[in-house]
Design a protein around this ligand. Structure first.
Ligand code: SAM
Length: 283
């Protein structure tokens, strides 16, 4: 019997495929096509609208780097906003920081949260039950343009700029972020695999420029975000995030007493060093 495969369709003429040993869930939600399946190599895998979102085996890389780089850059992060993040991985990592007293998570698709709690419990590990969480089911672009709450760290853990995620790469979204971030706060966002999604990086750099005094990108290698290094955008009204003084980062990391498998203070300092093609693209 021929094996059932999931073909990623993010790139029209090239893509990765996964043998689906068992399909755990598949449905058109109110907003997206959601599939969760088991794969011998990657464990449980979740995909939205033909794009791999997260796998049990390598999720820690992305979730640690999109969380601990901004949080350890901030002297004392208390209030955090997560846009997207339905699988709960970012939320799990944010809540490891004892200084954090409040997290608002704005996720557009309630079914993604429910199905990931059921089939990807390792991602959230009970984080959705943490009393510090305020879970809002809404469109992130509307929330940031309407909220009167202010945040020390804002993390956009969105899908790619196709479908409901498209609005999370617009100037209107970034304007909303600039309004709801505290002075000295930091904003980070997943910004695609830059070798293949060059326009995404270029557009983000151009759209952040008029709104934030400091902005840039950092990277991490996430195996199932295929095509090269995963790029993260960052922005701040001051240079807190470029606070890559190793001694300070190491002190904060040691004081936090939290365990990581990918993030280290040295890697935090190094991940802002970009390849030449990316520097040129941004400049
Ligand atoms: N790590 C993944 C990546 O880098 O592609 C993203 C993971 S997470 C599953 C992406 C989440 O963004 C999904 O749960 C999706 O429902 C949510 N999302 C998409 N568009 C959104 C919007 N406009 N507002 C809030 N959440 C949104």
């Amino acid at each position: 019997m021929s094996e059932l495969r999931y073909l990623e369709t993010l790139h029209p003429s090239w893509g990765q495929s996964f043998v689906m040993d068992e399909v755990l869930f598949e449905s058109k939600t109110e907003h997206q096509h959601l599939v969760i399946f088991r794969n011998a190599q990657w464990g449980t895998v979740m995909a939205l609208d033909g794009v791999i979102q997260t796998t049990e085996r390598d999720e820690f890389i992305y979730h640690e780097m999109l969380t601990h780089v901004p949080l350890f850059s901030h002297p004392e992060p208390k209030s955090v906003l997560i846009i997207g993040g339905g699988d709960g991985g970012i939320l799990r990592e944010v809540l490891k920081h004892r200084s954090v007293t409040h997290v608002t998570m704005v996720e557009i698709d309630a079914q993604v949260v429910e199905m990931c709690k059921t089939y990807l419990p390792h991602h959230s590990q009970g984080a959705f039950e943490d009393p510090r969480l305020n879970l809002v089911i809404a469109d992130g672009v509307e929330f940031v343009n309407q909220t009167d709450v202010r945040f020390d760290v804002v993390i956009s853990d969105s899908t790619d700029p196709v479908g409901p995620g498209e609005v999370l790469f617009t100037s209107r979204f970034y304007q909303g972020i600039a309004q709801c971030i505290n002075p000295g706060g930091v904003f980070v966002a997943q910004n695609g695999v830059s070798f293949l999604q060059r326009d995404e990086v270029k557009n983000t750099a151009q759209r952040l420029a008029p709104l934030f005094k400091q902005r840039g990108f950092y990277t991490a290698a996430v195996p199932t975000y295929v095509g090269g290094i995963m790029t993260f955008a960052w922005a701040s009204q001051n240079d807190t995030l470029s606070e890559s003084e190793l001694g300070k980062l190491t002190q904060r990391f040691n004081e936090a007493k939290l365990s990581t498998r990918y993030y280290t203070p040295k890697l935090h300092q190094a991940c802002f060093a970009l390849p030449g093609y990316l520097d040129k693209l941004i400049d």
